[in-house]
Design a protein around this ligand. Structure first.
Ligand SMILES: *[C@@H]1O[C@H](CO)[C@@H](O)[C@H](O)[C@H]1NC(C)=O
Ligand SMILES: *[C@@H]1O[C@H](CO)[C@@H](O)[C@H](O)[C@H]1NC(C)=O
Ligand SMILES: *[C@@H]1O[C@H](CO)[C@@H](O)[C@H](O)[C@H]1NC(C)=O
Ligand SMILES: *[C@@H]1O[C@H](CO)[C@@H](O)[C@H](O)[C@H]1NC(C)=O
Ligand SMILES: *[C@@H]1O[C@H](CO)[C@@H](O)[C@H](O)[C@H]1NC(C)=O
Length: 541
């Protein structure tokens, strides 16, 4: 505190000049430094202290884009422009565009999932008329009743609707004219709160909005652990603290649940008892964003409560000891699954967020081991793109490591082995459904290293999307990433707009704009403004 009063600009200085330079100067030239002026010495000393008091920077300071970036960013805006034009024409107000049949689907309750997911992307790209039109649409939606399903998914609704609406509200300046975004986020969350029954800590996965009853059945740690960012911001903007409390209670319960491996609980959890179910452990589907938010939530809130960071560090430590494997061909790093008995040598597009998450967490906790592993994981996930005929990565894949090739399914076929021997992984699900995770980690790697190979990766992905995903009116999912003439899947998920195109756009955007030192992204790529980082060093529990 005192430092801020004496030298109020200290934080700015710290942001401009890397702490390493100070440490180095103080170490090498103590005598010369004795001669510099009082003011400068004050700054130098305080900057070192400030560096310890504030968190580590995630991004390379003063990162510059090459001059070619603008053209690539424009190509992303074009992909967006074409996709959204088709959505408006053939699917306006519905959940998702069907780009092949030029129609729509309403599998996500019919509230226009694409509209909620696309808002912040449009704001960032400068499509302000479309943004206003979309806000006006949101204002007409009745989120208190599903239009299509008897039960509403707490997870999908939180990350797409609550996350998308509140992020758009923040980015557009929290102005009164857009306050309906908060009203609507609250309207849908009021119904989702019925997923918490009685004093239960864990929410049910689905709720019937019509009669306020949850659908019985197991929940997952991803559902229980992926509310904190969104529900915390909802409490902030509505003044109703219940949402934050419910979300924190839920993740705290998971943190203290008996583990399968240290820091890694079972994927499934029974909301009626709070007890874990089964022994499946993974960084993939059903678990993924529980781990993701353990490190993002303390960053968003600057909480003094170390339990989130410690839980994340413990899970990472266990993962390094037990789940981190390298392929026998290519030496590619991956985090295997574990079923309570066996290591499963599998990977997935979904799990590929882990590279970016370890890059972020490694920086925030000042741990180079974790940071460097994050880069290795990112590079291995990129290899799943670089190795296919289309240059786009598959949905599911598997590896062979020095300790075996068990995947829980049949062993690799001769064709898969052939592919493995060339590329160091083999494909088990060949479709691409416009997921973001590989490009998400690639974005973190660019911002945190400044290595332009990550820009090259993004350029390659843009070109592949332009070449292999077009339909007559837009772009779409495909069945086989290793077939240049693959048949198409008739769906453009809302996260194409919310995530893929936003991560690509930001990869080629001024790194000081939506900086990873000022924003925390929810798992659907909706950025929330974060305070200046405090040190969040934790320890393995
Ligand atoms: C979007 O596409 C339309 C129609 O092709 C074009 O007129 C407009 O300039 C494009 N906008 C941007 C920002 O690229
Ligand atoms: C970031 O980009 C958006 C959209 O172009 C712009 O409105 C905003 O002013 C930029 N912010 C900064 C800090 O440059
Ligand atoms: C706060 O939100 C909860 C959950 O939706 C609701 O039950 C409660 O009535 C709200 N409190 C106020 C004061 O609006
Ligand atoms: C970084 O994390 C790894 C994995 O948990 C741990 O072994 C190592 O001691 C940590 N390093 C530092 C400097 O904290
Ligand atoms: C590629 O996809 C096309 C269209 O579905 C199909 O006819 C062809 O057999 C596929 N080629 C391979 C090698 O699978």
């Amino acid at each position: 505190m005192t430092f801020k009063i004496i030298c109020p600009s200290i934080k700015k200085i710290w942001y401009v000049i890397n702490r390493a330079v100070y440490t180095w100067l103080l170490f090498l030239f103590p005598v010369q430094l004795g001669r510099v002026t009082m003011t400068l010495r004050c700054w130098l000393a305080l900057a070192s202290v400030a560096a310890l008091a504030n968190g580590e920077l995630v991004q390379v300071p003063n990162l510059q884009l090459p001059s070619t970036a603008a053209a690539h960013q424009k190509a992303v805006v074009n992909l967006f422009n074409v996709s959204y034009t088709a959505y408006k024409k053939y699917a306006w107000g519905h959940d998702e565009l069907r780009p092949v049949t030029e129609s729509y689907s309403d599998d996500l309750d019919g509230w226009g999932a694409t509209v909620s997911d696309v808002l912040d992307t449009m704001w960032l790209m400068g499509f302000h008329d479309w943004f206003n039109e979309a806000v006006d649409y949101v204002a007409t939606v009745d989120f208190s009743l599903s239009k299509t399903n008897s039960a509403v998914s707490v997870f999908e609704t939180t990350i797409r609707h609550v996350g998308g609406l509140l992020s758009a509200y923040e980015l557009s300046g929290q102005s009164k004219s857009y306050s309906v975004l908060v009203t609507k986020a609250e309207q849908v969350a009021q119904q989702m709160a019925y997923a918490f029954v009685g004093n239960n800590a864990i929410p049910y996965g689905n709720v019937n909005f019509a009669d306020h009853t949850p659908v019985s059945g197991l929940s997952s740690i991803a559902t229980a652990g992926t509310l904190t960012l969104e529900w915390n911001r909802l409490s902030l903007y509505t003044g109703n603290d219940t949402y934050r409390q419910l979300a924190e209670k839920s993740v705290q319960h998971v943190i203290s649940t008996p583990n399968v491996l240290p820091g890694m609980p079972a994927e499934l959890i029974d909301p009626s008892t709070g007890n874990p179910s089964g022994t499946y452990v993974s960084w993939g589907s059903g678990c993924d964003s529980y781990y993701e938010y353990l490190i993002k939530y303390p960053r968003l809130t600057n909480t003094d409560d170390n339990s989130y960071t410690n839980a994340w560090l413990t899970a990472v430590d266990t993962s390094i000891k037990t789940l981190l494997k390298y392929s026998t061909v290519g030496n590619w790093a991956y985090l295997a699954d574990y079923d309570g008995k066996n290591i499963l040598h599998v990977g997935s597009h979904l799990a590929c967020f882990y590279g970016g998450n370890w890059i972020l967490g490694g920086k925030l906790t000042n741990n180079d081991t974790i940071f460097n592993l994050g880069l290795q994981l990112t590079d291995a996930c990129w290899n799943t793109y670089a190795s296919t005929a289309t240059g786009i990565g598959p949905e599911g894949f598997a590896y062979i490591s020095s300790d075996g090739s068990y995947t829980g399914n049949s062993p690799p076929t001769p064709d898969q082995l052939l592919f493995y021997n060339k590329h160091g992984y083999y494909i088990t699900a060949s479709d691409y459904i416009m997921r973001p995770e590989v490009l998400e980690s690639n974005f973190y790697a660019w911002r945190a290293t400044g290595n332009t190979k990550y820009l090259d990766n993004a350029v390659s992905a843009i070109q592949s999307f332009q070449q292999y995903l077009p339909t007559t009116v837009a772009y779409t999912s495909i069945n086989d990433v290793d077939n240049k003439t693959s048949s198409k899947i008739d769906d453009m998920p809302s996260f194409w707009f919310g995530e893929v195109l936003k991560y690509l756009y930001l990869t080629f955007d001024d790194p000081n704009n939506i900086s990873l030192d000022n924003y925390v992204f929810n798992t659907e790529c909706h950025p929330f403004k974060a305070p200046t980082a405090k040190n969040i060093y934790g320890s393995v529990a």
